[in-house]
Design a protein around this ligand. Structure first.
Ligand SMILES: C[S@@+](CC[C@H](N)C(=O)[O-])C[C@H]1O[C@@H](n2cnc3c(N)ncnc32)[C@H](O)[C@@H]1O
Length: 317
């Protein structure tokens, strides 16, 4: 991890990109490899922090990718493929796909510089990586991507943590014929999609690296682009033909902290439920909730919405 060198950044172009990401863009927006490089150093790096969070959650679960190639679909500057290679070893061939040939060329060069083997042509099987593209896909493009996912052995898909994108990702889950590994702790229907739960969405918060708070370059980026780097909301989905979920419950979003208790939204095989963590009964879990350090999985005993026992980190796969 390192600071952000802002020399030469085209703030206007980066602001335009961000507006496009937030409000949607139909046409190919990668107009130059300089712009892709600026994206990679800024937005792409922040997306890399989200990948770090997801890949570390997978390692804690004891998950390792199946053998075979890795496909980074809609690769952009190729952050996902590089982060995945760094986390799980770069001995799997990497295939890069994007509607922009310029992006594929940039991502291939950076991946090779990182020691990864990049291949061209078609492949099936292995691991599909998808990152930050869902809100750019119409239904027919998404159908094509789902069909590709159904030909793979595993899928790791990371998206922003907003409600609309996350809920769309939840609908994708049931269309891919692989077992959910994470964030799900069960393979039943996604509780978020039940009519009673429309106001909820499956999202977590990663931990930004220290330089997001301390580095002058990142501070300038946050001010000029209007991104709050202290918060790293994300949604994700990991599916695998070989294994199913661990157990326990997934903590959704952030706890709400009151004077004598915190409420935490949990998702598990019994569905979605809001539970109370009492300051008196569970002082250390309450303290962790207050400091936003609860972790993201828990094994707990609940009676009448009151948590009686709280054990951080559910069992591994
Ligand atoms: C916001 S960028 C994300 C890039 C990269 N995955 C990341 O996480 O940094 C979205 C990428 O999706 C690509 N894209 C959009 N629609 C696509 C489509 N229908 N087929 C292939 N690539 C597409 C864009 O060209 C762009 O590179």
């Amino acid at each position: 991890m390192s600071g952000l060198d802002t020399a030469g950044l085209d703030w206007e172009a980066l602001r335009d990109l961000r507006q496009g990401f937030l409000h949607g863009m139909d046409a190919d927006y990668w107009l130059s490899s300089e712009l892709i490089d600026q994206y990679d150093r800024t937005f792409g790096e922040r997306i890399g922090w989200k990948w770090d969070h997801v890949l570390s959650d997978l390692r804690m679960l004891g998950w390792a990718p199946p053998s075979g190639p890795v496909v980074d679909w809609a690769c952009g500057s190729g952050v996902a493929g590089r982060r995945f290679g760094a986390a799980f070893g770069g001995d799997r061939p990497l295939y890069l796909r994007d509607r922009s040939a310029l992006a594929v060329r940039y991502a291939a060069r950076r991946a090779r510089e990182a020691g990864l083997e990049v291949l061209e042509g078609a492949t099936a099987g292995g691991v599909l990586l998808v990152s930050h593209v869902l809100n750019e896909l119409d239904d027919s493009a998404l159908d094509g991507l789902v069909a590709l996912a159904n030909r793979m052995d595993a899928v790791v898909w990371v998206e922003p943590g907003d409600r609309a994108t996350s809920r769309r990702l939840s609908t994708v889950r049931s269309r891919i014929d692989l077992s959910p590994v994470a964030p799900c702790t069960h393979s039943g229907a996604c509780p978020m999609l039940e009519p009673d739960h429309e106001r909820h969405w499956c999202h977590q918060f990663g931990a930004p690296p220290p330089e997001a708070f301390t580095d002058r370059g990142w501070g300038e980026f946050a001010n000029k682009i209007g991104v709050d780097l202290r918060s790293l909301p994300l949604s994700y989905l990991v599916l695998d033909a070989r294994c199913g979920t661990g157990s326990g419950s997934r903590i959704i979003g952030r706890p709400k902290v009151y004077k004598a208790h915190a409420t935490v939204l949990l998702c598990d095989e019994t569905g979605l439920k809001e539970v109370r963590v009492g300051k008196g009964r569970l002082p250390s879990a309450f303290r962790a909730a207050r400091k936003d350090q609860l972790g993201s999985r828990v094994d707990c005993v609940v009676r009448d919405d009151e948590v009686l026992e709280w054990n951080d980190g559910a069992p591994v796969l």
